[in-house]
Design a protein around this ligand. Structure first.
Ligand SMILES: C[S@@+](CC[C@H](N)C(=O)[O-])C[C@H]1O[C@@H](n2cnc3c(N)ncnc32)[C@H](O)[C@@H]1O
Length: 251
């Protein structure tokens, strides 16, 4: 069973994307700067000065859509695509109604009720969601001023194949934002397709180095930075990760 089609994943990601600090991390200690990750992918990575007045954006592997909505603050059309039907159903409900109720785990079988809300400052009409496979995107998507791939590459069976399609999706001067903690696992990606985290011919390979090799014919690396994030599994168990964000400008 694909984890991203489970009820648990939907609740975990609704909380991760839309939860308040009090719901996500109800302690006065802990990594407060790891909250609000999907919004920070936009606020901390998007180079706004480069955007045209009417920008198009694509959020690939959008999950339940928070970053897709955040991109609509700066782009007049945003498409969110994810392979998980359950995630896209939840994101579509948020697009239509502006909110969705859900239950998240507190302890064992005990749950709490939550409500995910899209900010009223965001024009939801700018956003649409669809189920799709990052490895075989439909031909008529067009081109974009912004493509965001947040924590997607290490969940793909063939990440380099996906990256090879990206130059054709980004307009000249447009930006590609990739974030990832580079958690390479054979469960998702056969080892021969990992972009880093292993030795080849006696050399240690890291993912950013491979991204540079794949992307540099079409993109200039603008900057890279650490972007911590926190996923709450239950009231007393969290995944604290540090994604590396890299921002690439299409030549
Ligand atoms: C680790 S989650 C990250 C989600 C979101 N971008 C975020 O930062 O919270 C990985 C996402 O990629 C999606 N995904 C996995 N394989 C995919 C594929 N081949 N095409 C599109 N989405 C995919 C999953 O369904 C999941 O929503």
């Amino acid at each position: 069973m694909n984890f991203y089609e489970t009820e648990r994943a939907v609740a975990e990601y609704l909380l991760f994307h839309y939860g308040s600090p009090a719901q996500l991390l109800p302690y006065c200690f802990g990594p407060q700067n790891a909250l609000n990750f999907p919004a920070r992918c936009v606020t901390e990575c998007l180079e706004r000065s480069r955007l045209p007045s009417s920008a198009r954006a694509l959020d690939l592997g959008c999950a339940v859509g928070r970053a897709t909505f955040e991109l609509a603050r700066f782009a007049s059309q945003v498409i969110g695509i994810d392979y998980s039907q359950r995630f896209i159903e939840a994101a579509g409900h948020l697009q239509k109604h502006g909110s969705i109720d859900f239950e998240y785990v507190e302890e064992g079988e005990l749950t709490r009720r939550g409500r995910a809300l899209v900010s009223v400052e965001i024009n939801r009409q700018r956003v649409c969601f669809e189920v799709g496979d990052a490895l075989s995107l439909r031909d008529e998507l067009g081109t974009f001023d912004i493509v965001l791939m947040a924590n997607l590459i290490d969940r793909l069976s063939h990440p380099s194949r996906c990256l090879q399609r990206i130059p054709g999706l980004v307009k000249s001067g447009g930006q590609l934002i990739i974030t990832s903690p580079y958690t390479w696992l054979e469960q998702y990606t056969p080892k021969e397709n990992w972009l880093g985290g292993l030795e080849r011919d006696g050399r240690q390979i890291n993912t950013l180095e491979t991204l540079k090799l794949i992307l540099s014919p079409a993109f200039e690396l603008s900057f890279a930075k650490d972007l911590p994030f926190l996923i709450r599994e239950h009231a007393r168990k969290f995944q604290w990760s540090v994604a590396e964000a890299s921002v690439w400008i299409r030549k």
